[in-house]
Design a protein around this ligand. Structure first.
Ligand code: TPP
Ligand code: MG
Length: 453
């Protein structure tokens, strides 16, 4: 008689074998069904809501009855400290380094935007107006923390040590681009800096971030000596309309994952203004709905963003881990990307008004000048030397050859499949047939890289 194979355990059982029990045990307040049910309780005692008082007059809650969530500032747009409890925790040199990072990205942005217009790179996205969100948050994270970006956070890369050559190699998709030219420009990534590679489909990074945070949590449970780490996940308010946003915040809340969600609310998702994107009080109000500690900050105030992230990191590591949401209010000063002309959907005067009223770089500069660690001369010197450095890295990267053409067939399968081998042969025949149509010498190994190995 044939023996019946034993069925593998269902996945939940499997998980229990792999994960220490504490990792899957819900925290007490969530375990509603085990809360003892007092007779005549004045509160809802259904498993789905815990502390809701019974009322005997019917009323619907209206969003407009609740005040908008406040926005935290440490320093106002004149560079003056407005939070009486705020104590800067960085030396002059350290603040100047952060300022330098912001300035570098803004100067690189101008040069690379123009380079795209000249046809020297295919695409670019600037961070103008949002440099403080990136630098302020990144500066409050640890090197070991894991980061997921959207795409307008180049200053996160810069703050963590990405060099101008690293930026340029990716933008020009040359032989030193770790992505081997397979991604669009601006889709950077860095294993060394613990920053996952940017991907174009909006919000996909968010559930990935929750998953990574869950993994970190479990790692620490298995090895309490492991350094405490959190995940930081950046996204725009437009991306928060994706279903992935919900999946990410909800799983992070219910599984208590140490992840800081950092929303850059810059007023636009390409041509869609925020106020057409949602009807609620920004993204911050949603954090509360998920049961997540949340703060809204002035994204043009580097100090406020940094202070909020410092605290958020602390919170994220408390009680075995939990998510935190930061909504940084800011303004997208430039076009969405080089493929966009924002004056088709917003007035020039709106942009000019914003630029005049507030800017994260000039705000920090005012603070530094008032403190006496910065002046006009230093500003000029810094701008000149950054410009020189950007142009140097630019021309070095532009001159370099592209990765071998063969690379576009590799790295998916360990060995090329017969189909891929055929396609490679077809491409080689095509390039050899029309040599004047393609500049194959620009690629390492020329057309010969397609020869069978
Ligand atoms: C799933 C998906 N839908 C649409 C797009 C096209 N798209 C790219 S960026 C963008 C706007 C995103 O806006 P937001 O998240 O606010 O970021 P911002 O550009 O303002 O920094 C859209 C709609 C996309 N990349 N992926
Ligand atoms: Mg936006």
């Amino acid at each position: 008689m044939k023996r019946i194979a034993r069925r593998p355990p269902p996945s939940s059982q499997l998980l229990r074998c792999l994960v220490p029990q504490t990792a899957v045990t819900p925290v007490a307040h969530r375990n509603a069904s085990s809360v003892s049910q007092r007779p005549d309780s004045p509160h809802v005692m259904f498993p789905g809501a815990l502390k809701s008082a019974f009322i005997n007059r019917m009323r619907f809650e209206r969003p407009e009855d609740y005040p908008a969530m406040p926005t935290y500032r440490a320093v106002d747009q004149h560079g003056e400290v407005v939070d009486p409890n705020f104590v800067p925790d960085l030396s002059d040199e350290e603040v100047i380094k952060l300022y330098h990072d912001m300035l570098t990205v803004s100067i690189m942005d101008l040069i690379m935007f123009d380079a795209q217009r000249q046809g020297r790179i295919s695409f670019y996205m600037v961070s103008a107006g949002e440099e403080a969100v990136a630098v302020g948050t990144a500066s409050a994270l640890a090197k070991e923390d894991v980061i997921f970006c959207q795409y307008r956070e180049q200053a996160v890369f810069k703050q963590r040590g990405f060099t101008l050559n690293d930026f340029m190699n990716q933008l020009f998709a040359n032989q030193n681009d770790p992505g081997k030219g397979r991604n669009m420009p601006v889709h950077y990534g860095s294993k060394e800096l613990n920053i996952h590679t940017i991907s174009s489909p909006l919000a996909t990074q968010l559930p990935q971030a929750s998953g990574a945070a869950y993994a970190l949590k479990i790692q620490r449970m298995q090895n309490p000596d492991a350094p405490p780490r959190v995940v930081a996940a950046y996204f725009g308010e437009g991306a928060a309309s994706e279903g992935d946003f919900h999946a990410a915040l909800n799983i992070a809340a219910t599984r208590s994952c140490p992840v800081i969600f950092i929303c850059r609310n810059n007023g636009y998702a390409i041509s869609t203004p925020s106020l057409e994107q949602y009807r609620g009080d920004g993204i911050a109000s949603r954090g509360i709905g998920y049961g997540i500690e949340t703060i809204r900050v002035d994204g043009n105030d580097m100090w406020a963003v940094r202070e909020a992230t410092k605290k958020a990191r602390e919170l994220a590591l408390q009680d075995g881990g939990k998510p935190v949401l930061i909504e940084a209010m800011t303004y997208r000063v430039s076009h969405h990307s080089t493929s966009d002309d924002s004056f088709a959907y917003r007035a020039r005067v709106e942009v000019e008004d914003w630029k005049r009223r507030d800017n994260p770089i000039s705000r920090l500069r005012k603070w530094m000048e008032a403190k006496g660690c910065w002046d006009e001369n230093k500003e000029k010197e810094a701008r000149d030397s950054i410009r020189r450095d950007v142009l140097k890295a630019f021309s070095e990267a532009e001159k370099m050859k592209k990765p071998p053409i063969r690379a576009m067939f590799e790295d998916v399968y360990e060995e090329l499949t017969p189909d891929l081998k055929n396609q490679m042969k077809e491409l080689r025949d095509h390039l050899q047939r029309y040599p004047e149509e393609y500049e194959v010498d620009q690629f390492v190994g020329g057309v010969e890289s397609l020869d069978p190995k």
